[in-house]
Design a protein around this ligand. Structure first.
Ligand code: ZN
Length: 142
């Protein structure tokens, strides 16, 4: 599924120390009434938790690191799931030796400092996540 989109508003801000990164980004979108768009962020976290999708087992395995990490890059999108804004983001961290690692951003990643930008998109098509039998994931429906 694909469709053309055009940029509408952009919001830019900072999250609070102690915020859950995924929940806080979702809340920012909800508060701004953004249901379709793109998310980017950088900063640092005090604790990291990401998922890796096991394509055979059709479930996420979670990786947790209880240590300060830099957010080198967070890229994501916003669309609707169950009628509410849903942020899907992937994140690359670096540890104290500059080694990069990351995955599918999961709840449990705690902000130390974070600067984000959300670009709102408007589209003719309806980007809503629905269960996809082929992958076991909630993907944009056709
Ligand atoms: Zn993902």
């Amino acid at each position: 599924m694909k469709g053309s989109v055009r940029t509408a508003r952009r919001i830019m801000g900072r999250l609070k120390k102690g915020d859950d990164l995924l929940e806080a980004l979702t809340r920012e979108c909800e508060n701004a009434g953004i249901t379709l768009g793109e998310v980017r962020a950088l900063g640092a976290v005090s604790r990291a938790r990401v998922g890796y999708y096991d394509q055979t087992g059709r479930q996420y395995k979670y990786i947790e690191r209880e240590a300060p990490q830099e957010i080198l890059a967070l890229v994501g999108n916003v669309s609707l799931k169950d009628g509410r804004p849903f942020v899907h983001a992937h994140i690359v961290f670096s540890d104290e030796e500059g080694r990069a690692w990351g995955g599918h951003l999961a709840e449990g990643t705690i902000v130390f400092a974070c600067e984000f930008i959300v670009r709102e998109y408007l589209a003719e098509e309806h980007f809503e996540r629905r269960f996809d039998e082929e992958t076991g994931l909630f993907l944009w429906g056709g």
